[in-house]
Each structure stands twice: as C-alpha cells, then as structure tokens.
Design a protein around this ligand. Structure first.
Ligand code: CO8
Length: 258
C-alpha cells in the first residue's frame, strides 16, 4: 500500500495532520488536498477531537501547489475543474480550530494553506513567500487576499510582486505568525496550544472562531473568486507554460510577456 500523503494521529483531544510528500517538499497536488480535506473533515466530525495541528517536515511545510502537475494545464483545464475549488474550498469550512506548525518553506499554496489555518506557529527556520509571479502566474488560493489582511498592503505587494521570502522573525513582526519557537520546540508548542483550546468548551471555541473570521473575512468570498478566475486566465498565457517548464527543467525562465 502507498504511504499516506497526509499522516494523521490523535494526541489526547488534538488531531495531528502531517503532510507527507517529503521528496517534493510537500508540494500540494490535488491528491494531497483530497486526503487532507478528508482527514480534516473526519477530525471535525469526531466529538473526541477539540482542535487540530497541521504540520509538514523540518525542511518544508509545503513548497506550493504541484508545479509539475500544473505545467501542462490550459485555461480550460483549470477553469473546468475549477482548480482550487472543491476539496481546496472545503478546507475553509472546517469548524474546529486548526493551528499551522510551520518549519522550513511555506511558499505559494503552502503559505496560503498556512494562512487558511486559524493561526501560525513558526519554527525559527520558517520561510514564507508567494513566488508564483516567477512562474508567470499569481497566487490562486488566497495569497493576494489573505496576505494584505494578515500583514499590510505594502509587505503583501513586496512579497507578491518580487517573490522574495520572509523569515520567521519578519513574519512575526508583520503579524503573519503568532509565535516563533526553536525548531525542536515547534510541534510541542503547537500541540500544547491545541490542547489548551481543546480543553475549552467546544461550542464557544467554534463560535469564537466563526466570529473572528467574520471580522477578518468580510467580502473575502467575492475577492477569492476574482483571484481564482485571474489565476485560471494566466494558464492562457505563453509565460505560464514557460515559467513552469523552466522550473521543471531547472533553468531560468525566458518570459515573452504574453
Ligand atoms: N511543485 C512540485 N515540485 C516541487 C515544488 C512544487 N511547488 N517545490 C519543490 N518541488 C520538488 C523539486 O522539483 C525537487 O524535485 P526533484 O528532486 O525530483 O528534482 C524537490 O521538490 C526538491 O526541491 P529542490 O531541489 O528545488 O530543493 P531546494 O532546496 O533546492 O529549493 C525551494 C527549495 C526554494 C522551495 C524550491 O524547491 C522552489 O523554489 N520550489 C517552488 C516554490 C514555488 O514556486 N512555489 C509556488 C508554486 S505555484 C503555487 O503554489 C500556485 C498557487 C496557486 C494556488 C495553489 C494552492 C496550493
């Protein structure tokens, strides 16, 4: 049997989810997200679970959506499958709190997945970024919408337009991350925080999460759809083909700006 792409474990009243595609730095294929969504839904429905922790490896929380899989897709391919709808979209309907425990790279869809969690605890070696522009596309899973809300327009523009990475200290100063801890403390710190949450009354925990999200998300649904359609549209460009081919072939892209 193939190893699971997402490992699950129960620690007391906490559900631990570990992305498990280490050779591809936990690149988020549709299969990874399908497994993640199924596991989160199961924890969400389990009355013995009060909170969840989502983590990756020491080197990468997740290095983004799976570029190899996306490389050949056309505009119609992404539009018809409503890429990043479906299982992806269902993650934001999980009602119990999810803490992202991030070590190493959280890039592109990986940074977006961390931001979709309720808060982020980072290891000192964590690095956050939205490098999609280097591939001839833009963030497609909330990066252009959640990042300016989580940090500032200036820093979000800086990251999204230059593709530079932000280290854990900068991410904490900017407000993206709630705590930074030594790498060896990361999982314990996240599990302890989740255990505290799981010891509270579940209805009040769920309502608190819903209310904070109401304050934060306003009209996010509309803007996320706007972002997704623009992300789809970029698959009609030559530069998307070139950007992703260049990554796969390990060379610099030669963009033609069309
Ligand atoms: N997709 C597929 N494979 C990947 C990805 C990825 N995003 N990232 C890394 N890998 C693979 C590499 O191809 C390599 O595989 P192999 O060993 O078979 O050649 C393996 O992981 C190890 O990677 P590297 O050799 O590159 O490791 P380095 O330590 O040299 O570099 C980096 C680490 C800097 C993280 C580098 O791998 C990198 O730049 N990765 C791509 C980062 C990126 O561009 N992410 C954005 C992807 S696009 C995206 O997320 C679209 C957003 C739309 C929404 C998606 C929602 C999920």
């Amino acid at each position: 049997m193939d190893a699971p792409l997402v490992k699950t474990e129960v620690r007391g009243r906490v559900g631990l989810l570990t992305l498990n595609r280490p050779k591809a730095l936990n690149a988020l294929s549709n299969d990874v997200i399908a497994e993640l969504a199924a596991a989160m839904r199961a924890f969400d429905a389990d009355e013995n679970i009060g909170a969840m922790v989502l983590t990756g490896s020491e080197k990468a929380f997740a290095a983004g959506a799976d570029i190899g899989a996306m490389q050949g897709w056309s505009y119609m391919d992404v539009y018809k499958q409503d890429y990043l709808g479906g299982d992806w979209e269902s993650l934001k309907r999980i009602r119990k709190p999810i803490i992202a425990a991030v070590a190493g790279y959280a890039l592109g869809g990986g940074c977006e997945l961390a931001m979709l969690c309720d808060f982020i605890i980072a290891a000192e070696n964590a690095r956050f970024g939205q490098p999609e522009i280097k591939l001839g596309v833009i963030p497609g899973y909330g990066g252009t919408q959640r990042l300016p809300r989580a940090i500032s327009k200036a820093k979000a523009m800086d990251l999204v337009l230059t593709a530079r990475m932000m280290d854990a200290q900068e991410a904490e100063r900017a407000g993206l991350v709630s705590r930074v801890v030594p790498a060896e403390r990361l999982l314990d710190e996240a599990l302890e925080a989740a255990a505290i949450i799981a010891s509270m009354s579940l209805p009040s925990v769920i309502m608190a999460k819903e209310c904070v999200n109401m304050a934060y998300e306003g009209s996010l649904n509309d803007t996320l759809m706007f972002e997704r359609r623009n992300f789809h549209a970029l698959f009609a460009t030559e530069d998307q083909k070139e950007g992703m081919a260049a990554f796969v072939e390990k060379r610099k892209p030669d963009f033609k700006h069309k």
